[in-house]
Design a binder for this molecule. Structure first.
Ligand SMILES: Cc1cc2nc3c(=O)[nH]c(=O)nc-3n(C[C@H](O)[C@H](O)[C@H](O)COP(=O)(O)OP(=O)(O)OC[C@H]3O[C@@H](n4cnc5c(N)ncnc54)[C@H](O)[C@@H]3O)c2cc1C
Length: 475
């Protein structure tokens, strides 16, 4: 990066918060994604607020420097790996939190992670009822940028459902506010769908391609203190799917529903079963681990009875082992972190949504493909809202074995194609989906048109929008 540009960045944020040192750049060349090649950026800048972010972006735009916004660095699909010679904008210094108790909302800076927000809201007996398994490092804004989900999503949906508005620095450096707060006289965030079309939605799941989110306004909820943990057994995937349909139709407050096929459950319990104190059991072909949560005890009692009835109605059996869902729920801020890294393998992940009535389709595609490619893998996931199941198959390989890695990558690509054909929907526009997505030309063209209008120099996370691969070069 030209010295003149670095000097301009220093003038904005101060010398302490700009680095071009190789050891610092190395730490920004990687993320939690295990199977992506590191890429060294040219510089890292750590602004303190939206105003500084705006000035930084204006410089980047002027010099056509590709920008990668970075927060917790916990994304798993290489999303936050920078562009060679690019600029990383680290947002962790934007760490303010403002609560609006009367409006039932909260506003957080882009550097606030789920763990910190949970601690803050706990003082008010409130919560943000979605916990990604990376909550102690993943930021809210980073999760909005990927439209993530987590524990709690089985009732509350993906994070998008909780967003009331965003403050965003656009690629030209302008700062916009969406939602009710677009009116500067508004007392705070209370309404997302305001002033015409849903501009908030443009930035959700955009992987930073349309701008940098500097603040997120969110709904808050009264903390639940009454929980029921139980496991339910089924002879077929279809019975289990029917059970989930029934409990959703009955509007039970299911904050966690995970469906496990026998061998996947064995794999998972091998990793965390002992720690969660799950007793040995002859598990049925399909098991559901479910947590019902409620603010009031009498509501919970009703839901528990209704869940039992629904299970029996579809020919299932209440297993009664509570340690599995209780362990998952209590460990919710890091459960996935431990179960993903407990072994020494590297893995590629394939986030997608299936209609929950088609939960079995991913399983049906996955196992034959693993056999075909001779690789190890499994899947995990949870029900995520109205009628969707959030899946994340993982394909493992030994990082020392290049051939195995090549096979894993090829299998990953092929699985994305096959899953797309089943009707599955990518969790986000991660680049590895690009080859898999077909028959959506008009939609993708429209997306490209928007990108070109908002970011004509394509400086923001170039490569995210399929078909716009050109990486701007510094001039
Ligand atoms: C063990 C483990 C478990 C996980 N479990 C879950 C889970 O349960 N649910 C889930 O959804 N995810 C999960 N993840 C993935 C990851 O934690 C999420 O994607 C997370 O939301 C990313 O947030 P981050 O702050 O780490 O973002 P980063 O990794 O820093 O960035 C993610 C993407 O968003 C962009 N970005 C970041 N901040 C901004 C911003 N302020 N404005 C615009 N763009 C931005 C980046 O450029 C990048 O494209 C898990 C990860 C790990 C390691």
């Amino acid at each position: 990066m030209k010295k003149e540009v670095v000097q301009k960045l220093v003038a904005i944020v101060g010398e302490e918060f700009v680095s071009t040192k190789k050891d610092v750049l190395l730490t920004y060349s990687v993320s939690a994604s295990t199977s992506y090649e590191p890429v060294l950026p040219a510089a890292v800048v750590r602004p303190a607020d939206a105003h500084q972010v705006s000035q930084v972006i204006k410089i980047a735009n002027k010099h056509r420097i590709p920008v990668t916004p970075r927060a917790g660095g916990s994304s798993l699909q290489g999303e936050v790996i920078p562009k060679k010679g690019g600029l990383v904008v680290d947002l962790l210094r934007l760490d303010d939190i403002h609560i609006y108790e009367d409006l039932r909302s909260v506003k957080v800076g882009a550097g606030i992670n789920f763990g910190r927000l949970d601690k803050f809201l706990n003082k008010y007996d409130l919560w943000l009822p979605i916990y990604p398994g990376s909550s102690l490092s993943a930021t809210i804004a980073g999760n909005v940028a990927v439209n993530g989900a987590g524990f709690g999503s089985s009732r509350f949906g993906c994070i998008a459902e909780l967003v009331l508005g965003l403050e965003v620095v656009l690629p030209n450096g302008e700062i916009i506010q969406t939602g009710s707060e677009a009116n500067p006289n508004a007392p705070g965030p209370f309404l997302r769908y305001a002033f015409g079309p849903d501009l908030t939605g443009l930035f959700i799941g955009s992987l930073g391609a349309f701008g940098i989110i500097t603040k997120v306004s969110l709904k808050t909820f009264k903390r639940m203190h009454y929980f029921d943990y139980n496991t339910y057994g089924f002879q077929s995937a279809q019975d289990a799917e029917r059970f989930v349909f029934e409990v959703k139709q009955d509007d039970l407050s299911t904050v966690w529903i995970a469906i496990y096929e026998g061998r996947i459950l064995d794999f998972f319990l091998e990793m965390v079963g002992e720690e969660y104190g799950v007793p040995k059991h002859e598990w049925p072909p399909v098991t559901i681990s479910m947590v019902i949560g409620r603010v009031r005890e009498n509501q919970l009692e009703n839901d528990v009875i209704a869940a039992r009835e629904a299970c029996e109605r579809v020919g299932g059996q209440v297993i009664g082992i509570r340690e599995l869902p209780r362990g998952e729920w209590n460990d919710r801020m890091r459960e996935l972190a431990r179960s993903s890294y407990v072994h020494g393998w590297h893995w590629r992940i394939l986030y997608h949504h299936q209609p929950q009535s088609q939960w079995h389709r991913t399983i049906e595609e996955m196992w034959p493909l693993f056999d075909e490619y001779g690789i190890a893998g499994h899947t995990a996931g949870f029900q995520s809202g109205h009628g969707s199941y959030n899946y994340y198959p993982q394909i493992f390989y030994d990082p020392q074995d290049k051939d195995e890695e090549i096979k894993a990558r090829a299998a990953h690509k092929e699985l994305s194609k096959r899953l797309f054909k089943t009707g599955a929907v990518p969790f986000k526009l991660a680049p590895y989906w690009v080859d898999g997505i077909t028959e959506m030309q008009t939609y993708l063209e429209f997306l490209r048109d928007i990108k070109e209008a908002v970011d004509p120099n394509n400086i923001m996370n170039p490569g995210v929008i399929p078909g716009i691969e050109h990486v701007s070069e510094e001039q």
